[in-house]
Each structure stands twice: as C-alpha cells, then as structure tokens.
Design a protein around this ligand. Structure first.
Ligand code: NDP
Length: 316
C-alpha cells in the first residue's frame, strides 16, 4: 500500500509519520517542493494534483491545514484556499485513482450551543472563518469522492508544535497569576491518539478492500466512508485543563522554578479575540467506536503522557 501524507511537519503530521510508516510505502511531504519535483503545497492545486498523478497513492492522508484561527478572520481567502479548495482537489484526485482520502476537520464546524456532545449528523453552523473554511472542505470532499474518512477533532496537542498545554507550562514559570477561561468545554486530544486511530481505521478499511470475495464489499466500503468524531474521552474546560497541566507538572518536576500561585477562572468575554469560539465543543464519538471497535482513553491519560515526555524524558 502506498500512502501519501501531506502536512508532515504539523502536530498530527509528525505523529502520522510514525503510525503510517509500518502500513506500507509512505511518502511524506511538507509545503516545500523537493528536488524530485514532488509538491505538497496546498496553495498550489495544479502542482499538488500533478504530484498525486505521478505517485498514484492508494491512500492520501491530509494533515495540512490553515490552523491560525484568529488570523483567518483577516485572511479568509488563504484559509479557504487551504482548507476548502485544496481538499476538493485531493478528493477529485483520490476519486480518479480509486484511492482513499483521510482528512481532518474540527469541532468549530458547530456553533457551540447547548451542553450535549455533538453527533456527526447534527446541524453545522460555524462561528468563525476557520470553521467555515473547514466545513466547506468537508462538504467538497464528500461531494467529490466516495472513499473518504473525515475525522473531526478538537483541542489538539503534541510534544512538537505550539499548543495550549505547552503555553501553560511556559506561563506557569513566568507569572504568579494566570487567568484562564472556564466557559468553553471540550476534550484535549493528543496528536498521537489521532494518528494511531487513523492507522487503525486505515488498516480496517484496506483489509476490507482486500477481501474481494466479499460480495457486499463495495456496499461495506461505502458504509464505512464518512465523517467521524475523534476526540479523547471525557470533557473539561480550559481552566480545568490548565489546572491539571500545572498541578501534574509540579508533581513531576517539583524542582523546576514554578512561579504560578493562582490560576483564576474567567469568562470568555475577559479575552478579546478576532475569532469567536464555540462554548460547547463536546463531540460524541460513539459512531467511531462502533464502526471500528475502537475505545478512546480519557483526555487526562494523553495529557499526562505529554507532560512526562516534555518534563522528564526530554531531560534525561
Ligand atoms: P498544525 O498547525 O500543527 O499543522 C498544520 C500543518 O499544515 C503545518 O505543518 C503547516 O505547515 C501545514 N500547512 C499549512 N499551510 C500549508 C500549505 N499551503 N501547504 C502545505 N502544508 C501547509 O495543525 P494540527 O496538526 O494541529 O492539525 C491537524 C488537523 O487537525 C487540521 O486539519 C486541523 O484543522 C485539525 N484540527 C486541529 C485542531 C487544533 O487544536 N490544532 C483542533 C481541531 C481540528 P508549516 O509548518 O509549513 O506551516
């Protein structure tokens, strides 16, 4: 199986390099054009399409995205180019090749009302440009190809890259008092979890594809293609998440110069941001668990592993 991974240097992209490599021949690209002429730049659709036609992958995994949520408000064309138009190009190419397309989307496709975890079938109504561009990407992928998996995730973190947990670790060493919002709910989700679930689902999908003796094989594949919510189990808000990160960090490394004495809970209105964010980002993952027989760990488990890796393993 030949797999083309786009966005190899992002949080999820880096984790995918590890989990996809054992599945077959992996070609991992970033936005730069290599001397071999291969191009993974999502803002250059013609070049991207030519690369796919040259490589003829069995699976395309798109971990690249325009992820600067606030900046997207002032750069909507760029956000739409990367998050909506490029996935459509990938989907057309996947369809022409009979390949699978794996694509990632976001909790920000919802408006965040209520307190119930969102199901895949719930109505979307993004509050910001980033969410609108990601939703458009979902719709275009669904319209252009049949063999696709779209994973909506939330609050992603990894050892590499910038994310909330790493920012809290830094601020806890610089400031005595932190203020963190407590009215946006969701589940912090590790890039490692997303990457390992992606690999597990691809294994199932391609195993089904190999089972040519199965008379219902085309129908099965069509049933499995779709949107899935992929987040860690449990729920929290940003203030509780920050408190967990900092208290765990202090336990793991009492010797470090922790300056923070108080983590104050504040409403979202205390911070003015260019993009509005949904208060309820809880995602219901029953569909993913039932379709692929996957169980998802509590969010604290992955966060604790991240902290151990950042604070202990990197220092030994
Ligand atoms: P990152 O921001 O860590 O990585 C995004 C990657 O996309 C970067 O490597 C970036 O490259 C690359 N990229 C941006 N523009 C282009 C381009 N024109 N051509 C090629 N590559 C490009 O994102 P995550 O790994 O966190 O996100 C993975 C997926 O999950 C995305 O689809 C995102 O929308 C989704 N998601 C993320 C959430 C989060 O909290 N981060 C929450 C919900 C969903 P470069 O390094 O060169 O800039």
């Amino acid at each position: 199986m030949k797999i083309l991974l786009l966005g190899k240097n992002g949080q999820v992209g880096q984790a995918l390099q590890r989990t996809l490599a054992p599945l077959g021949e992996l070609v991992a690209l970033d936005r730069s054009q290599g001397s071999d002429g291969l191009c993974g730049d999502l803002s250059q659709p013609e070049c991207l399409a030519a690369t796919i036609r040259q490589l003829r992958p069995d699976v395309i995994v798109n971990a690249a995205a325009y992820t600067a949520v606030d900046k997207a408000e002032s750069e909507p064309e760029q956000a739409w180019r990367i998050n909506a138009h490029a996935p459509e190009v990938l989907a057309h190419e996947a369809e022409a090749l009979g390949a699978w397309l794996v694509h990632y989307s976001t909790d920000y496709v919802f408006n965040g009302s209520g307190t119930e975890p969102w199901q895949e079938t719930d109505p979307t109504a993004p509050l910001n440009v980033y969410g609108q561009s990601k939703l458009e990407g979902e719709l275009r992928v669904q319209a252009a190809c049949t063999q696709y998996l779209i994973f909506r995730t939330s609050w992603v973190y990894a050892v590499h890259g910038s994310n909330f947990a790493k920012t809290m670790l830094k601020l806890a060493q610089e400031r005595e008092r932190l203020t963190v919002i407590d009215d946006q709910w969701g589940a912090p989700t590790g890039a490692e979890l997303i990457a390992s679930v992606t690999a597990a689902t691809l294994q199932k999908v391609t195993a089904k594809e190999d089972a040519k003796q199965d008379a219902n094989h085309d129908a099965n594949l069509k049933e499995i293609a779709g949107i899935y919510h992929l987040v860690a189990a449990g729920e929290t808000h940003w203030h509780a998440y920050a408190s967990h990160v900092i208290s765990q960090a202090k336990v793991l490394r009492p010797d470090m110069p922790w300056a923070v004495r108080e983590i104050a809970a504040v409403p979202s209105s205390a911070f003015v941001t260019a993009a509005q964010r949904p208060p309820n980002s809880r995602l219901n993952t029953h569909k993913l668990q039932a379709a692929f027989g996957i169980s998802l760990p509590d969010w604290q488990q992955g966060v604790d592993s991240l902290l151990a890796e950042i604070l202990i393993e990197k220092h030994t």
